[in-house]
Write a protein that binds this ligand. Structure first.
Ligand code: FES
Length: 127
């Protein structure tokens, strides 16, 4: 990436980033796994590995997993935010291995709700 040295460079980067992000969200399922201290302590890594394994078993090939920090849901960890193409993101919490696999089988594969949906309590900040 080129060094940003002016407001014009920053605006150009912003435009390119937004275009790339929009294109990606039209095609991919984005799974953001909360792996702050509370997420790790409550089994977030296990949830991510179970979901990755189930995605492979189900033959779903458009999923991108992203490790993220605190999403402010200590009370409901492990949590993941799932963005299906063309839909608002949803956060699922209190996941265990079985719940993680159900989430893939039902929501990622068929768009059917399952498990515990957590009300979103943050606002996204766009670059
Ligand atoms: S570290 Fe747990 S919600 Fe922020």
């Amino acid at each position: 990436m080129a060094k940003i040295t002016s407001i014009a460079d920053l605006k150009k980067f912003q435009q390119e980033y937004r275009s790339l992000k929009e294109a990606r969200s039209r095609e991919k399922i984005i799974v953001s796994v909360s792996l702050a201290t509370c997420g790790i302590a409550s089994g977030g890594n296990m949830v991510m590995e179970a979901m990755k394994d189930e995605v492979a078993r189900q033959g779903i090939d458009n999923v991108e997993f992203i490790r993220v920090g605190c999403m402010t849901y200590c009370h409901s960890e492990p949590t993941v935010e799932v963005s299906l193409p063309g839909r608002e993101p949803l956060v699922f919490g209190k996941l265990d291995e079985n719940g993680a696999r159900q989430l893939v089988q039902k929501y990622l594969k068929k768009g059917e709700l399952t498990g515990t949906v957590i009300p979103v309590n943050y606002t996204r900040v766009e670059l």
